[in-house]
Unconditional design. Structure first.
Length: 554
């Protein structure tokens, strides 16, 4: 291994535009502006972490102040200015971290410092990293100087969150968006670093590093540094060791797990998952990898092996393509929704491992793996069973010996599904008023629907199977769909529910509050209340309750 003690991310940091990888267009644009001396007052570099924002800022600073000129920027034997800028010690190039200096006073000091010309360089340059963290007042204080700075002053900003910077600041800068580094380009780069470090690593191990780094050069070098340190001198870093180091597992295991789910093999599914868990894979990492493979199952026909960012090798890619040929999109979309829900539920359970096992068991019984030729024949028969599954997972699991579900009902099918027969649900002849509707919701135990009707709905009109309402911002987004479905189920007739621009009557909750307030105000104006307050000055009437009619008759 190389005896240089610097971490790889610092050791191989680009020193010139030619060393930058993946940002050729930006580098060429800046070099052309330097050649023609058309320099902006401020540069703004934005992009994800580790793609070269601060590095590019320093290269620009060196280009502006290099003693050899912008076209002959130092690469090996650095001039005095380039050396000082590389070490962040140049007196005329000030690097400031906006995360630690966010206030307006810090910016005012900066502006005051800018009044004096450069000491030993052509330009005085301010590099502000994570500039989005400056306060609103700090940005405002910077605006005038940013728009009309002295000829010797240049600003260079770097940020990961461009949307947090005021548009008035962005418009005064020349903006450059640094992109993620492409997988093949990043792989080629870290292969070169391995050779320079006299290390040994297989392509599969390096591809895993590229995948984890997600297009960030710094992340890739940090991971490579860690991996090479984990390998004894003279030994090779292979995929198995890399997976252990970074907590990843062989994706072929996950593909086998999917295949067993689609074939209803519960024992094999659980055993495969436990083997993955025993490798030290965290449940959250498992779920995220599960989602990734699920994405490939859904979209495999529109992808090429290069599009998977080294997540799959050739064998795995072809295996997914083969299995997905017998799957329908509804199944995979449902799997996706259940997996996202499970990811949220992991925060609520103490033993996440058991939660994942139960999640996999649910998928086994929610699958709709079936030969596509027979799909349409079973849609109507299976819709009714599937809706019961959604209502109560526990009831469904108790009846797991029943026929395997072949089709999961989606919104389109729900519209086409037939209403329950009279024997299953007695049809209500008439719902003529809003109050009647509330009573039926109570009798049918549709508590959520009743809650929405009472609290968030303002009735405009209710007549002839047509309900016109206005609503407040708290109304559930699925309210209309849920109410329409229930009314059709209860009456065997289609209802029209429309929204009105009219405000409508107060909601039932507001009406109840208003009535109670009127009663309280009336009581407070009574002689009895006045006599009571005279005797008990600290008393206060805060609520009233309707007298029980049965007790009153007694």
């Amino acid at each position: 291994m190389n005896k240089n003690t610097k971490v790889l991310a610092l050791k191989y940091r680009p020193k010139s535009f030619d060393d930058l990888i993946g940002q050729e267009v930006i580098a060429e644009t800046i070099k052309n502006s330097l050649k023609t001396n058309k320099l902006p007052n401020a540069y703004l570099f934005t992009g994800i972490r580790g793609v070269g924002k601060t590095t590019t800022a320093r290269i620009v600073a060196k280009s502006l102040n290099c003693l050899n000129g912008a076209e002959n920027i130092c690469k090996e034997n650095l001039c005095e200015n380039c050396s000082a800028i590389s070490n962040s010690s140049h007196i005329d190039v000030l690097e400031m971290d906006a995360a630690s200096k966010t206030g307006v006073d810090d910016v005012r000091d900066l502006i005051e410092f800018s009044r004096y010309g450069p000491t030993s360089a052509k330009y005085k340059i301010f590099i502000i990293d994570e500039v989005h963290m400056l306060s609103k007042q700090a940005f405002n204080a910077l605006l005038k100087t940013l728009e009309e700075p002295p000829e010797y002053l240049k600003f260079i900003f770097a940020t990961t969150e461009i949307k947090k910077i005021p548009i008035t600041v962005v418009s005064r800068c020349q903006r450059f968006d640094l992109t993620r580094i492409k997988s093949q380009e990043l792989l080629k780069f870290i292969k070169k670093i391995v050779d320079l470090e006299k290390g040994q690593a297989t392509d599969d191990a390096l591809k895993l590093i590229v995948k984890i780094s997600e297009g960030s050069v710094r992340d890739a070098l940090s991971l490579l540094d860690r991996a090479l340190l984990s390998v004894d001198q003279g030994k090779e870093l292979d995929l198995n060791l890399a997976q252990k180091i970074f907590g990843y597992f062989d994706k072929s295991q996950l593909i086998d797990l999917f295949n067993n789910i689609f074939n209803g093999k519960e024992k094999e599914v659980i055993n495969t998952y436990r083997k993955i868990y025993d490798q030290g894979v965290e449940p959250k990492i498992f779920i995220n990898d599960f989602l990734e493979i699920l994405y490939y199952f859904k979209n495999i026909n529109s992808l090429k092996i290069e599009d998977t960012n080294f997540a799959l090798n050739d064998v795995e890619f072809l295996k997914i393509k083969e299995i997905s040929a017998n799957l329908n999109s509804e199944t995979l979309i449902l799997f996706w929704q259940f997996t996202l829900k499970t990811l949220e539920e992991l925060e609520m359970v103490s033993n996440q491992h058991l939660s994942i096992e139960m999640f996999l068991i649910r998928l086994l019984y929610l699958k709709s793996f079936k030969n596509k030729k027979n799909e349409e024949e079973n849609i109507i028969d299976d819709n009714k069973k599937t809706s019961e599954i959604f209502k109560n997972d526990n009831n469904f699991l108790d009846n797991k010996k029943s026929k395997i579900i072949d089709q999961i009902k989606n919104i389109t099918q729900e519209k086409k599904s037939k209403p329950k027969s009279l024997g299953e649900n007695k049809i209500i002849n008439s719902i003529s008023t809003f109050d009647t509707l509330l009573e039926i919701c109570t009798s049918k135990k549709e508590i959520k629907l009743k809650y929405e009707l009472e609290k968030n709905v303002n009735l405009v009109s209710f007549e002839n199977k047509r309900i016109e309402i206005s609503f407040n911002e708290n109304l559930d987004k699925n309210f209309v769909k849920d109410l329409s479905t229930k009314l059709f189920e209860w009456t065997n007739e289609r209802w029209i529910i429309s929204f009105s621009k009219n405000q409508g009557a107060p909601s039932k909750k507001d009406e109840s509050k208003n009535n109670k307030k009127e009663i309280i105000d009336k009581i407070k104006n009574s002689r009895i209340y006045e006599d009571l307050i005279t005797k008990f000055p600290d008393a206060e009437l805060i609520d009233v309750k309707e007298e029980n009619k049965e007790n009153k008759n007694d």
